[in-house]
Write a protein of this length. Structure first.
Length: 75
């Protein structure tokens, strides 16, 4: 049996500002929740094209960092 030693946990949940949204582009901090971003994008006529099953709790950073293939991604 192997154990994991070392490593770093980086909490970016308080880095949750949407800097700007332009047509087809956005600059956001990694802790922005996908649902919050989608709401802001819709106010300017845009929306997320893919909505994961964790839409309300997932962050942009987590989604981009590897969480995009989670449970619910095949339904």
């Amino acid at each position: 049996m192997h154990s994991l030693n070392g490593g770093v946990i980086l909490d970016t949940s308080k880095m949750n500002n949407i800097r700007w949204i332009k047509p087809g582009l956005a600059c956001v901090e990694p802790g922005v929740k996908m649902s919050v971003f989608d709401k802001a994008a819709r106010e300017s006529g845009w929306e997320l094209r893919m909505v994961p099953s964790t839409y309300r709790t997932a962050t942009i950073g987590g989604f981009i960092g590897g969480g995009s293939g989670g449970i619910g991604s095949i339904t």
